[in-house]
Ligand binder design. Sequence first.
Ligand code: ATP
Length: 289
Amino acid sequence: MTVFNLGSINADLTYRVPHLPQAGETLAAVSMTRGLGGKGTNMSVAGARAGARVVHIGAVGSDGAWAVERLTEYGVDTRHIARLDLPTGHAIIAVDDAGENAILLYPGANRAIPIEAVRRALEEATDSDLFVCQNETSLQAEAAETASARGMRVAYAAAPFDVASVRALLPMLDLLVLNAVEAQQLTAATGLEPQALPVRDVVVTLGSKGCRWINTDTGAVQDLPAVPVKPVDTTGAGDTFTGYLLAGLDRGMPMEQALRLASKAAAIMVTRLGTADVIPDLKDVQDFG
Ligand code: ATP
């Protein structure tokens, strides 16, 4: 079984600065690092590190070959990542000494994924495979529709929150993952509480408070605790959680077991500085607690 992930690929360019730049200011950065990021990438890496076969559907520009190479090294199937004549998506992140940041995000190739790349990838899928997408790309609804028509289970992490995308995808979803803020935004926009959504499984992540799983078939609501850790950097915790959850489900785990695995992986992630490059592997997770 395979997880097909229509997802963003970003270069995270992090600049350490003495203070965050003011309007009109030219500021010398003290250091610079280039890491692999983007919600889609993080989920693909998490899924692969959790032991799932993951096919990433996406796009980069000619400046993104390194990102594809790194994804390949991390065990992700990268054959369906298109090379476009556009800049690769990137985040320019300024971080000051107090840890405060300012981020400029340029979607670039992520918003120009060709529909043919999506179709070709999903032609390889079967009804025992899983499809997932987030909101940092284009074509989510078209891809989810194709996946659903092929009998795949369709999962969606509604981040960054966009009400039009959520509305378009809701009828096709088997699993929806939201953080607490996104859950509130969805309720404000639709008037529906998570338990009233037309989606069989809804998972609301609650940071250090864990997560809530709502099975709308049975009406059962289950709260699972987070694994207590001393947080260092929560970036990528949600993506790691979702990638591990999907990998667990893909490997046939019951939802509760997959959620517990995902919570452990996300807790480890919270103790690490960085994004895709530092997502824990299954052995780290099994050895943890
Ligand atoms: P982010 O945007 O920071 O990646 P998110 O807002 O999408 O995350 P959260 O609800 O903050 O998602 O976190 C996802 C999961 O990560 C939680 O359900 C929990 O399992 C784990 N987690 C997050 N923060 C902590 C923490 N401080 N301690 C332990 N686990 C945490």
